[in-house]
Design a protein around this ligand. Sequence first.
Ligand SMILES: Cc1cc2nc3c(=O)[nH]c(=O)nc-3n(C[C@H](O)[C@H](O)[C@H](O)COP(=O)(O)OP(=O)(O)OC[C@H]3O[C@@H](n4cnc5c(N)ncnc54)[C@H](O)[C@@H]3O)c2cc1C
Ligand code: FES
Length: 356
Amino acid sequence: MTTTHTITVEPLGTELQCREDQSILDACLRNGVWLPHACTHGTCGTCKAQVLDGDIDLGDASPYALLESERDDGAALMCVATPRDDVVIEGDVDIEDGITMYPVRDFSGTVAALDEIAPGVRRLVIDLDEPMEFNAGQYVQLNLPDGDNRPYSIANAPHETGRIELHIKRTENGVATAGWVFDGLAAGDEVTLSGPYGKFYFRPGREKPVLLLGSGTGLAPLVSILKTIMAIEDEEGEWEHEVVMYHGVATSADLYDREWFEALAGERDWFTYRPAVSREQFDGRQGRVPALLAQDYPRAGGNVAYICGNPAMVEDTMRALMKARLFPRDIYREDFFDAADRANGAHVVRSPLIKR
Ligand SMILES: Cc1cc2nc3c(=O)[nH]c(=O)nc-3n(C[C@H](O)[C@H](O)[C@H](O)COP(=O)(O)OP(=O)(O)OC[C@H]3O[C@@H](n4cnc5c(N)ncnc54)[C@H](O)[C@@H]3O)c2cc1C
Ligand code: FES
């Protein structure tokens, strides 16, 4: 039997149990203690907390996300740290007014559909054995056959219960993608996952026009947000704010679900769809999302922006918005970090102003 230890989370004083093979973040999220986190794989540094007492194993923390000097000062990344003793940590418990956070749980389900929707992009639909509650924009950890897991953003809206839709891009030599989702996984297969995770979620209470800025499969959580806004309009009879969605891709063949977005833009007067193709001639706008944004929004103040995609695109888009005078408090970001980013330290969070 695995040994468990008591974790005390200050300044709340909350005590909870954590197994020796479980990350402290995982134990907290499953017990409704909402510590900040983004990548959950030791890459971004968002979950850094101070260990006030007790022994821990620092786990697979990227040396870029947790510097040697921070380790010496007793800091640790809660998403990869495991307890060796009863532990007291001081965390920055993250609770926002008007948002219900749902504890992380384990789920099982069956692959209902697995379709190629663009070159090297698959839509994976999983029928869950039990419905999952989550906020639009959050993600799940999909368990791989070898026992490891990978984060994927949920593309359906929370009210579409009982199903989880994921948009998964193939990574060359990737264990989860090239080695499984694109080679072996099939409709009818049983899968397991956990969720919901992440602090990249829609804030419907923010009364402002919305910019949804995605590259590649970074569109997934933005679709969940868009469908949530559609549901609000259907339920309340109106949605007052403009919603502009940019989808940045390399070639026009990568613009998956384009017809659906175009039809939606024709039906809902608050919605504008702006596909952006960077690497070939195209009948629409050409260029990367940050460059097109800079053209379209010399002043972006007054909006609230949700950015999602590969870390380089997210960083450049964030900079373009800040240059256009949108404050960091009005920008939410989700970086699709992978193992290569963990190894090379791409865009580790350094500023507390920058939300992930
Ligand atoms: C919060 C979050 C949400 C995400 N959501 C999505 C989503 O909705 N859709 C999506 O497509 N992706 C998403 N991702 C990315 C996804 O989780 C995976 O990282 C991606 O699918 C690659 O997984 P893989 O197992 O195929 O590749 P991996 O096997 O993890 O490898 C990834 C890359 O790293 C390289 N690599 C592996 N180990 C090392 C090492 N030690 N040193 C240097 N390089 C190494 C590999 O060669 C490969 O190029 C998300 C990531 C995060 C953090
Ligand atoms: S959430 Fe722990 S390092 Fe990213």
